[in-house]
Design a protein around this ligand. Structure first.
Ligand code: UDP
Length: 235
């Protein structure tokens, strides 16, 4: 395996499957099966999951809600998703721990870097919930932050598109995909990989990002083996 310790970022929306809202148990089971393949090959797996399938602070604020209040609601949404994913991974026979940036001790450990690393070393999958614990941030930023903290080799951003394109492939049919890019390329070309905070943190810490299609079976294992799947952003 090319990567020994990964930080997998899954969007909340990915959990909806074909639904308009919430969590599709079938999709959860599919993800658990994909994750199991790399777990069995000894990859240490940390996961950050978004909350967009349940609540986003910006959406709340655009409807007149206080932004900070909305952001905390969004962070709680990521905990709900984290619990759902934890259940699916355990059903598939993997050991897991959920650690949250906001303390909810009845259901999750508080985030403690050293404990997280220990869990990873013991082969437990660690899910980080509640984002960074701060409003005005995103779960992409949380993913890079935790990735840097636990010394992950790479951020794997599992999405529904199969990489970074010259333009949005869902809107522009002539868009073409990049295989590799440097952080500088992304900035110069004005490509949208992650929000600026997340992207800058990744660049400053020289932590590569791979954007790939998580919904295509076998992709996750291919990415971990080092196969050129999706788009890699590196120094
Ligand atoms: N959020 C936050 N701080 C964080 C991470 C998330 O306030 O560190 C809130 C924010 O409101 C965000 C929501 O949680 O909209 C859900 O996260 P995100 O939109 O990143 O989820 P995704 O788009 O990946 O599903």
């Amino acid at each position: 395996m090319k990567y020994k310790r990964i930080l997998l970022k899954l969007s909340g929306e990915a959990l909806m499957g074909d639904r308009q809202y919430g969590i599709d148990p079938k999709r959860l089971a599919e993800y658990a099966a994909e994750i199991k393949q790399i777990h069995e090959k000894g990859v240490q797996i940390a996961i950050v999951i978004g909350g967009g399938n349940i609540f986003r602070g910006v959406a709340g604020a655009s409807n007149g809600m206080d932004r900070v209040q909305g952001d905390y609601m969004g962070m709680l949404a990521t905990v709900i998703n984290g619990m759902a994913l934890q259940g699916a991974l355990e059903d598939a026979g993997m050991q897991t721990r959920l650690q949250t940036a906001l303390k909810i001790e009845a259901i999750a450990e508080p985030y403690i870097k050293r404990r997280a690393v220990r869990h990873l070393e013991k082969g437990r999958i660690v899910i980080f919930g509640a984002g960074t614990g701060n409003p005005y941030f995103t779960t992409d930023t949380a993913a890079v932050l935790r990735g840097v903290e636990v010394n992950a080799d790479v951020i794997l951003k599992g999405t529904r598109v199969d990489g970074i394109y010259t333009a949005d492939p869902e809107k522009d049919a002539s868009a073409t995909k990049y295989d590799t890019l440097t952080f500088e390329d992304v900035l110069q070309k004005g490509l949208n990989v992650m929000d600026t905070t997340a992207f800058t943190l990744s660049q400053e810490n020289e932590l590569p990002i791979i954007v790939f299609d998580m919904n295509k079976k076998g992709n996750l294992v291919k990415v971990c083996e080092g196969e050129l799947v999706g788009t890699t952003v590196n120094v």
